[in-house]
Write a protein that binds this ligand. Structure first.
Ligand SMILES: [Zn+2]
Length: 357
């Protein structure tokens, strides 16, 4: 348990080490992302950033792969994969982007999320240690890079990539995320989902029922959860971050209300026996899922009340509507202020200010 938390928490570094970590990440980025970054301006930026990294760390671009969560996951990939046996034939791998859940049967493996491609041989080795059966299915819980970048090598290893229709669309289009200051190009043909789900699909896999479902917009516009019914393990992707403020992709259909709706669905579907796997953070329980749901609900209510009073975003941030949770939840990717801004943006998009306020 300590090892697991240490490995996860080692991603938590201050802004200074983020900056210097980003310098090391730059060379990796240039080598591996040029093929996905077609815009000449962005290519120039990447090359420029190499020189700048030598000269002055403070000129490292402030974007997903240099100072944001992407840089954090790239650094983490240099460390060991944490293998957490969960229950029966279900295992969770941690340390390659988002958590990867694995159901291993004698005829093959059914995975939830693909992690990232950097050092993917470590993920392959961990999968081989679980058992010799080949990869059969990989469900992308949503389109984000830290859950889908491993699609190409997993497809090459034999997996059919499964995703919600909107996730498949994001992966086949250019998607810019302002909050990450990054433009993601379409992924290569072989990395694209080919088995698409709109609402739900139940797989009969190695004698197990595997229920894959969407409940409308949540963390993004294309989330899926995967429930391994026989083992009673629910893998929630990024609709659950265990013990940390979550990212919510307001620009691609996510919102605080969607996040709360998904958390309520998960609470309703689980019991105290259920093991709940988050997209980020340690493997958890229904009680922890309820704490997460209650945190979301309370921060939302606090932000909404301040908006009703006609307060500006800066005034709302200054009022610290997440203060009661910051010590416990604000020490991974996002602090209380950043999460407050995310909640605000989601409310603004789904509940525009009444006129006159
Ligand atoms: Zn995500």
């Amino acid at each position: 348990m300590l090892r697991l938390n240490t490995a996860e928490m080692s991603q938590t570094t201050g802004p200074t080490s983020d900056l210097f970590g980003a310098v090391g990440a730059t060379f990796y980025m240039v080598r591996n992302l040029m093929c996905r970054v077609k815009q000449p301006a962005m290519q120039a930026l990447l090359f420029a950033s190499v020189g700048a990294s030598h000269a002055l760390a403070s000129s490292v671009p402030d974007d997903y792969f240099h100072t944001g969560a992407g840089a954090r996951y790239l650094r983490r990939a240099d460390e060991a994969i944490v293998v957490k046996p969960v229950r029966e034939n279900v295992t969770v791998l941690m340390g390659s982007g988002g958590n990867i859940t694995v159901l291993s049967g004698k005829d093959g493996k059914f995975l939830v999320d693909a992690g990232i491609s950097k050092r993917h041989e470590k993920v392959q080795a961990a999968l081989d240690r679980i058992g010799p059966a080949p990869l059969r299915y990989v469900v992308n819980t949503h389109w984000h890079w830290d859950h889908t970048d491993g699609n190409a090598w997993m497809h090459a290893a034999g997996a059919t990539i499964v995703a919600q229709e909107n996730t498949a669309r994001h992966l086949t289009e250019t998607t810019h995320v302002n909050a990450w200051n990054w433009t993601f190009d379409p992924v290569p043909e072989a990395a694209r989902p080919t088995l698409l789900i709109r609402d739900e699909k139940v797989f009969d896999f190695a004698g197990n029922k595997v229920e894959v479902e969407n409940f409308g917009h949540g963390h993004t516009d294309g989330d899926l959860w995967v429930y391994f019914r026989d083992a009673d393990v629910l893998a929630l992707g990024d609709t659950f971050w265990n013990g940390f403020y979550p990212y919510i992709d307001n620009e691609d259909g996510g919102s605080i209300d969607g996040a709360i709706k998904w958390a309520n669905q998960a609470v309703a579907r689980t019991t105290d026996h259920t093991i709940v796997v988050p997209g980020h953070g340690p493997v958890g329980t229904r009680a922890q899922l309820i704490e997460f749901r209650d945190m979301l609900t309370t921060v939302r209510a606090n932000v909404a009340a301040l908006m009703q009073q006609g307060k500006s975003l800066d005034e709302i941030v200054a009022a610290r509507p997440s203060a009661a949770f910051d010590d416990n939840w604000g020490h991974f990717v996002f602090n209380g202020e950043q999460f407050t801004r995310m909640v605000y943006a989601g409310l603004l998009a789904t509940h525009p200010k009444p006129s006159g306020s």
